[in-house]
Design a protein around this ligand. Sequence first.
Ligand code: PLP
Length: 483
Amino acid sequence: MSKPKSTSTSSDPVNKDTDPSSGQFSRRQLLTAGPALALAPSLSSLLLSGEVAAGVAPTDGRIPGHWSPTDPDRPPIDGPRGQDLWRRADKVMPSYAMFLTRSARYAGYNVLPGFISEAKGCRVKDVDGRSYIDFIGSAGPNLLGYRHAEIEAAARSQSDKGDLMPMFSPAMIEFSERLLDWTDGFDWALPLKRGSDATELAMRVARATTERPHVLMFKDSYHGSNREQSLLFEGTPGDALEHMSRIAWNDPEALDNFKTASGEQVAAILMSPLDQPGGNHPTHEASPAFIAAINRFRRRTGALVILDDVRAGFRLHPQGSHKAIGLEPDMLCLGKALGNGHATAALMGTAAVRGGAERILYASTYVYSAVCCRAGIATLDVYERDGAFASMQRAGKRLLSGIRKAAAQHGQDIHISGPATHPTMFYNNDPDSGLMERFCSEAARRGALFHPRIWSFMSAAHDDASIDEAIDIADKSFAAMAG
Ligand SMILES: Cc1ncc(COP(=O)(O)O)c(C=O)c1O
């Protein structure tokens, strides 16, 4: 993993007003450093380091744009159909880098199967017909099990009547009501399509409410694919990013001392409930001292707090992650798991920010999808009725205890962090993730999908039988690595 470059020089007049300790980026840094901007070596630098960023053409028959391989001798994992699809993908789509976690190439060279054609419960099938127990969970949406019968029936019954219609559907209103019934502390809810919609809109509402420009975030936190929330700045003009800063997670002092370089006032803190840089970095929970500093900051400055619960939502606490970390945010962003695989997201807000929300024009064609609202309602209903949170906790604990035991038996030095419902696993002393890639490759070839660079997501469909099967696969994979 290469270190991100810093382009800042003290003699550079364009940078002269940049206070490096503020976490704010100069216009020059933003324009020239691109995605390798001085963020810690996490998702951004993992993705864009090495051959992909440099655009180096492979010379040994590997597919162009491929992740730099840690093991070029690893045999193909894709069967003939998968290999054919890669050839076709490379002709018709820009580099896989655009698609991050869902491109198997992001996982490494021949580590994971490239194309999944079927999914049910916690099991998926690739285009060559091989089955896997899945812990990638589509990076979050698989909450209750792929193609859950009740969620699909609710979506189908709405789709039989109409999805996009000329005016609001009742489903939109019922979904907003259901969200407000699901958790307390909020006064309004808006159905959306993507997590990125929710975080972007929340920032706009905060700016409109406070009439201040600046948004404070934490280093390595990805909040969506839109320009300000992303860690990947290529293609974004520097001045689009002038009104944001990033500071260290779990650092109360940095918050207590924070001032923007330009003296701008802070409209909002945008934060996730967990610090999850990805790759070889553990997940950190928010310390009580950090949450106390956030509350001090909002009292001192009048800044709002936006909790981005798009990734961890429904896996930290059954009524939203703010309940798990003891924070009362002004806005809550939801997505991913909320529709159990349907394109469903939402922004919830308090009465204090309703006025700001009412001044914003937010029109987007497919936001009004009644099918997605029905999927959201059904997901909340089944999640609560079935105690899905407790099932995921049980399954996660069983899996992690089995994996820890198997790793110890075979002398594998693994590191596990984060909640059992959404754990992070990597190898200690594995700077290029070669060992973790090898483990994931061994596990995939035996029928279980873990991702070497991102977190696992448990679902309520992971029953004891699937977990025990996965532990057996992990055991055999560790044995192969030890042997
Ligand atoms: C924490 C977080 N926020 C926001 C987003 C953006 O969600 P979406 O990809 O649905 O736009 C993501 C997506 O990975 C995320 O992980």
